[in-house]
Design a protein around this ligand. Structure first.
Ligand SMILES: [Zn+2]
Length: 185
């Protein structure tokens, strides 16, 4: 089985960015239901399982911030508690406060690094919500003015290619310097 290239697009009236993913068959199997044989992919990521793609940007005392491997938009992040919790009501006050502080930092970084114009923030809770991982996690999805479709590319707009690994590195630098921001009460 070979690899596939996947393209996602975003931009505004002046530019169009096409992001190119190398999409391998293992990831395809994951999204189509044949997931790694682990109880919880987030716990495995937290525990450093080398078979799990690790996109962790930051780890605090209580939570982690990770890029979503299957983003809805460029810069799609997730915040999850380090403890395996399947109910939002089981999140402790300390974990919740820490999560909120991380959320604020994520919004700041995504606004500055990706020029996001808006965000969708929230949890999918319960079997009927669309959640694919039982370990609770909060999504932070940047939104961009004039998010575009593939037809705009065909119409001949300028295209820039953004490598997802470059995207990860760009964010990682910001999170590597997050301690001073996050330590302020
Ligand atoms: Zn877990």
């Amino acid at each position: 089985m070979g690899d596939y290239w996947i393209f996602t697009l975003y931009g505004n009236s002046n530019f169009l960015i096409m992001r190119k993913y190398l999409f391998n068959i293992d990831k395809y199997r994951y999204v189509t239901g044949d997931r790694p044989k682990v109880d919880c992919i987030l716990c495995e990521m937290i525990n450093g399982n080398p078979d799990i793609t690790n996109l962790i940007l930051y780890r605090s005392e209580f939570n982690l911030v990770t890029l979503n491997l299957y983003p809805y938009n460029p810069g799609h992040l997730m915040i999850a508690p380090l403890r395996h919790i399947e109910e939002l009501t089981l999140l402790s006050a300390k974990e919740a406060a820490d999560s909120h502080k991380l959320l604020v930092f994520c919004l700041k970084v995504l606004g500055e690094e990706f020029n996001a114009h808006g965000f969708n923030v929230g949890y999918n809770l319960g079997d009927e919500s669309g959640a694919s991982i039982s370990h609770i996690h909060q999504h932070i999805v940047p939104r961009y003015k004039n998010e575009v479709g593939f037809i705009d590319v065909l119409a001949g707009d300028r295209i820039a290619v953004v490598d997802p690994l470059v995207q990860f590195e760009k964010l990682k630098i910001r999170f590597d310097n997050a301690d001073s921001f996050l330590s302020v009460d």
